[in-house]
Design a protein. Structure first.
Length: 215
């Protein structure tokens, strides 16, 4: 019953925000097209519930600038001023409402991370995939990227082990406060943390090892 209510809430809220924010979607899309050109959206395979992969959708915040050999320049050199603005106010995440509608994500849950991280998790950290990934989550309202990987995963596992509708409501409320007040937005503006290379000690063995481009 809890999962049914959660899914119904996800569909209703994501559909409502997509309708209400449609002018904002158009404005952001035009801004990206004017500053970076096409494509407007960035897509990438991420890991969801039960380790299944899905295509994550975001507004693009980086150029495709590369060096003479054709390799992409470091992220910080490709992040544009407009892209940094989108990240500061979490506007680049808005297209993930489509992921919520299609059922690969939820409004609240651990953030979906790169496929290449799968074999690097410890068995405990892997429990973050017992629930659907979310647009916002317990780690996001407790420090975002200012947290270490281990701290973020502790929050993720805590959410997976103890999630409830009441907890989701508190996380959504705190997310709105953070977004509209700008609190903690400095860490989100860059959103270019070091790659997770695994925690010393026991790791999971999923047999998956891929290295997609990052955004």
């Amino acid at each position: 019953m809890r999962r049914t209510v959660k899914r119904a809430f996800d569909v209703l809220l994501s559909a409502l925000v997509l309708i209400v924010a449609s002018p904002l979607f158009v404005a952001v899309s035009l801004g990206i097209w004017a500053t970076m050109g096409r494509p407007v959206f960035f897509t990438q395979q991420r890991v969801g519930r039960t380790n299944r992969t899905f295509r994550l959708l975001k507004f693009r915040t980086m150029t495709q600038a590369s060096d003479r050999s054709g390799a992409l320049l470091p992220d910080r050199q490709r992040l544009t001023a407009f892209g940094s603005f989108l990240r500061r106010w979490s506007l680049d995440e808005l297209p993930q409402l489509v992921n919520v509608l299609e059922g690969s994500m939820s409004i609240v849950g651990p953030r979906p991370l790169l496929v290449q991280y799968l074999p690097r998790y410890s068995p405990t950290q892997l429990r973050r995939h017992d629930v659907k990934p979310g647009i916002t989550g317990l780690a996001q309202v407790n420090g975002r990227n200012a947290l270490s990987w281990e701290e973020r995963f502790r929050h993720d596992v805590d959410y997976a082990d103890n999630w409830s509708l009441a907890l989701d409501a508190r996380i959504i409320f705190r997310t709105f406060l953070l977004v509209f007040s700008g609190s903690g937005s400095g860490a989100r503006a860059g959103d270019l943390t070091e790659e997770f290379m695994g925690t010393a000690g026991d790791r999971s063995d999923t047999g998956v090892s891929r290295k997609p481009k990052t955004e």
